[in-house]
Ligand binder design. Structure first.
Ligand SMILES: Nc1ccc(Br)nc1
Length: 445
């Protein structure tokens, strides 16, 4: 995570000082529990990451969209027992409306697609970067907010959409210096589980609930998994069958079990074929245990993981062909992914790939005498109008100014002094070469 996101509970606020007996209460300078500030250095790293998100979206020809962080609670009420809906940051506003700080982006995106109706000509390729929230008991000291890059393709039922989204993920990793030796993308389809449930004549209405339970595979014990599945009404024989099929890591084995006319098999074979042509086969692998934890996925699902297995999923997504119709719209096929801003930063730190993003300025302008603060202002102003970033400094010792110039990686130090100014000149120091010279003010580039 970002440097200051150490997790633990922040320091309690300093005791109020009572200067001359007057109680002055010091506010708690920490942000609310589970949230982060972004001081300049952290913000440079975040902007660098988000600029890469945006550049990949541009390259894949996606359009940027945005939504309110505050949404109607109704958008997220689902009955499948997902963690995300059990941790809603929900409350009643002053108008008595049930609202939430959104826990994810996709339902808002679906809402806007429906709202735009026919005016949004399909297919749509939309992306956004937005803060998402959860209200988790701070027992585990986990964050309550993170930023998510979401990319979604609306109106494409063919596997092309999933293939495009996976290329976006691969391109993002490669831009950050991460290779397929560091990270892999596990791919499967919920239609695998659907086929297994049909084999055991398990009623369709249990599908979503079983998916949410199976998504915990690897996070809870096999006994707990069996217990939770059986509690939904699935027979112990079916539980064994589910766990057996979901342990498959070979698409040809899956084909043997489900048959080559099974939809999941056909979709996945097509995706792996396209992956060859995109050139990212070495990034993806079939793993039947991938189901993802969101209730609304209906088809191919995928998640990126660090091959050392130290971190939680880096990003994940899948096809959600029924979500829009559950909001009352016609059936519109859709798929997308969410990519959080925290796990990726942990991975970059692990791999020593966090870039050195020092502060940068073009010029420092410094009047050597107080009566030169006017001329210094006009020099700074004309340089700024030409687009140069100028730090206008005064009331400092020259020694401090030289240190400051180093600190902010300024290209030039422009000293405004009496003797030069009287001759219409200023003194320029080029920080990189230490070269120093006088120049006419109106010749300053
Ligand atoms: N959905 C969600 C929201 C906020 C955080 Br932190 N993690 C996941």
């Amino acid at each position: 995570e970002y440097a200051d996101d150490a997790g633990g509970s922040p320091e309690p606020p300093a005791a109020p000082s009572s200067a001359a007996g007057r109680e002055s209460s010091v506010i708690d300078v920490n942000p609310p529990r589970g949230t982060r500030d972004f001081p300049p250095e952290e913000m440079r790293l975040r902007n660098w990451l988000f600029d890469n998100f945006r550049e990949v979206a541009r390259i894949l020809s996606f359009e940027e969209v945005d939504f309110p962080v505050l949404e109607s609670e109704a958008l997220f009420i689902r009955k499948a027992g997902e963690e995300i809906t059990q941790q809603l940051y929900n409350f009643e506003d002053k108008g008595g409306r049930r609202v939430v700080l959104r826990p994810e982006i996709t339902p808002s995106l679906a809402r806007l697609v429906i709202k735009q109706g026919k005016s949004a000509s399909l297919p749509l390729k939309w992306f956004t970067i937005g803060q998402c929230w959860r209200y988790e008991r701070m027992t585990r000291g986990r964050r309550r907010e993170h930023y998510q890059w979401n990319m979604d393709i609306i109106g494409v039922s063919r596997v092309r959409a999933e293939a495009e989204l996976i290329q976006a993920i691969v391109m993002l990793f490669e831009r950050l210096g991460i290779s397929s030796l560091d990270v892999g993308i596990r791919v499967s389809s919920r239609k695998v589980l659907q086929a297994v449930l049909q084999m055991y004549a398990i009623p369709d209405h249990l599908f979503t609930e079983v998916c949410v339970i199976v998504d915990k595979m690897g996070k809870i014990t096999r006994e707990e998994m069996e217990k939770e599945l059986i509690s939904t009404g699935v027979s112990s024989e079916a539980v064994k069958g589910i766990i057996e099929v979901l342990s498959l890591k070979s698409l040809s084995k899956l084909e043997e079990v489900l048959g080559s006319d099974n939809e999941a098999v056909a979709d996945l074979k097509k995706l792996f074929l396209l992956a060859e042509h995109y050139g990212y086969s070495n990034w993806i692998s079939f793993d039947a245990s991938v189901v993802r934890g969101l209730a609304y996925y209906t088809g191919i699902v995928f998640e990126a993981f660090d091959r050392e297995g130290k971190l939680r999923a880096i990003c994940g997504g899948g096809r959600y062909d029924k979500l829009l119709s559950t909001f009352g719209s016609d059936d519109i096929p859709a798929c997308g992914f969410g990519f959080g801003d925290a796990v990726i930063v942990e991975l970059l730190r692990e791999k020593g790939l966090v870039p050195d993003l020092a502060r940068q300025a073009d010029d420092i302008v410094f009047p050597l005498d107080e009566e030169l603060e006017g001329p210094a202002s006009s020099i700074a102003s004309s340089l700024r109008k030409r687009g140069r970033s100028v730090d206008l400094v005064e009331d400092k010792r020259l020694k401090w100014v030289f240190k400051h110039a180093e600190r902010i990686n300024a290209s030039r130090l422009i000293l405004v002094g009496n003797s030069e100014w009287r001759r219409g000149m200023v003194r320029v120091k080029i920080l990189s070469t230490r070269e120093e010279y006088e120049i006419k003010v109106d010749e300053l580039g």
